[in-house]
Design a protein around this ligand. Structure first.
Ligand SMILES: [Cu+2]
Length: 171
């Protein structure tokens, strides 16, 4: 019996290691761009959601973030919230440059990934893949954690009870 179980275990371990290295190759580490602290502020009733993350450029060159997409949303754009004359507005952003060895953060009230036309069934607690696209053609896909409307950051549902964020469609 032990003769048959031993190779099986070896095989399972080999598969696990293989999957891990494949995962690393397919994500941030291969390109030198890392996407961390990724989360989505989910809103009910098919409202657009705001996506937030930290994007770190670990390469020696400037990278430009030029777009985003997700299989769970029909339309995804890069937005920035700007305050002008006491009014808060969202504007579309064509490109966000990130200097070598610097990072930028999508945060509520500033840059955000606008996730529109949600597919049915997206709920807080799930993870949703979002792909960020860069001007040199590379893209990085990250699992974004879907959080409740009251969340103010990754892994944080209790703070940020400022319901003013939910007025209209501001993100
Ligand atoms: Cu927006």
């Amino acid at each position: 019996m032990s003769v048959t179980t031993f190779p099986r275990r070896r095989l399972a371990q080999g598969l696990a290691v293989g999957a891990l290295s494949l995962g690393l190759l397919g994500s941030a580490f291969a390109s030198g761009i890392q996407v961390t602290e990724a989360w989505i502020r989910w809103l009910p009733a098919n409202l657009p959601a705001g996506g937030y993350a930290k994007v770190t450029n670990d390469t020696d060159k400037e990278v430009k973030l030029v777009g985003a997409s997700s299989p769970k949303y029909g339309m995804v754009m890069l937005h920035q919230t700007v305050n002008k004359n006491g009014m808060s507005n969202m504007v579309h952003v064509d490109a966000i440059p990130i200097a070598p060895h610097k990072s930028m953060a999508f945060t509520p009230g500033d840059y955000h990934i606008m996730l529109m036309q949600p597919k049915p069934g997206i709920e807080p607690g799930q993870k949703v893949p979002v792909t960020l696209k860069f001007s040199d053609g590379q893209s990085v896909t990250t699992e974004f954690e879907v959080r409740k409307p009251t969340a103010s950051g990754p892994g944080d549902d209790m703070k940020g009870m400022d319901m003013g964020h939910m007025k209209g469609m501001q993100h």
